[in-house]
Design a protein around this ligand. Sequence first.
Ligand code: C2E
Ligand code: CA
Ligand code: CA
Length: 444
Amino acid sequence: MEEVKDILTGLDRYEEFLKKLEKEIQELDDCRIAIIYTDIKYFKYINDTYGYQRGDMLLKEFTRQVTQGNASMLCAARVFSDNIVLASKVSNSISNEEVREKVHRHNLEMEKRFRENYSAARLKFCTGISFISKEDRRLDPATAVSNANLARKIAKEMKEDCCVLFDSRMVEGIKKEIEITSSLTRAIADGELKVYYQPKMKTDSVRIDGAEALARWQKPDGRFIYPDEFIPLIEQSGQIVELDYFVYREVFKFIAGRMKENKPIVPISLNVSRAHLDKMEILSYIRSLFEEYRIQPNMIEFELTENIYIENTEKALQLIEGLHEMGTKVSMDDFGSGYSSLNLLSRLPIDIIKLDKVFLQDEELDNHLKENDKIIISCIVDMAKKLRITSLCEGVETPEQSDYLSEIGCELQQGYYFSRPIPEDDFEKFMDRKFSEENSLITA
Ligand code: C2E
Ligand code: CA
Ligand code: CA
């Protein structure tokens, strides 16, 4: 006979659990069934640090704590690894939120105990809960579990809460995610992805110094999907490499085209996703673009976010060195948005520091920057100057902000005050206008 129990935890195997759950659903009376799906965040850390034996011990203990003495439990299984699901009978006099609160409290108690016993300060239990009522009798048990699992995934991403109730809108969110990740390649081929350009200005607010290339996805019905929505998704699926390469090629083509027509051009900066650090194929790809389009290395710059440097300083260093060997500049993007390490500024050979827009978004009611922010910005600019790093402030939206940055000697500025990210044609017009203004300044 096939084994129906999981050897390590003694719980049912998942297939057996589904069979039992199906039966329970058929027999549902005036109660509901709660599907409680839990996993352990940072469990891998325990395995990696203390070994599998200790990981197994923790799992057994975890199973014991969620199942033993639980009178309302109908069945439980280990789905895989540290993912445990259980089905519990819930009286209709208890609300969904009350169930959530109870599980939440239980998770916190377990967390405290486990953190002490296993010296794992970060360990966290994350739970998703879905419900099956009498009316849902036709619901497939696997769907009920996958709903709870979906809520669990959301709980895992949350900082504070560790227990989330399933909501049907979550399925819509997932559908959207799948739609985005599954249609990226087609969308690139069909021309739905475009490169927009946002100018970077010199301190005098008149001269253009460069521009940043930003991806835009416009659906055939004219609706835009913005990077904040699709980049995190395709970063997870690894497809960001495909998007970045597409953007890089478009930009190289654009610069080569301007040069062929003998039109002036400014350096364009390209965003580098953290995903490139895994394989480091990016360097050979960029090298091949330089060979193919025959443009000067100083026409291209790269932006790596502060997080990349913090997460993987060694690899980031290798990447900067490779880019420097080709003759391109490298900037530290979004500085100040995370755990900014001033130390990194002196350790990494970066050329430009891009102060994140958070510094400017914190304003007094009268549109003036808060004194504290002013002090921080001017200290960073001063320090960068001493380290011979160019400073750029992003998110400049008002003349007051721009004036202040000029006053403290921040060399470059970027933001809606000068221009939003604009399509290629508009950017060409913008550049041509700025160059002619500059010329008239020189000849005046
Ligand atoms: P980022 O690199 O920090 O880009 C700047 C973002 O700030 C852009 O958002 C831009 O539209 C916005 N922004 C510019 N000026 C202002 C301003 O004055 N005020 C405010 N409130 N916002 C301003 P966008 O284009 O939505 O891009 C978001 C992020 O997506 C980018 O942040 C970048 O990290 C990522 N991204 C965009 N395109 C690409 C790409 O081709 N490859 C990679 N790897 N990442 C990209
Ligand atoms: Ca950027
Ligand atoms: Ca940025």
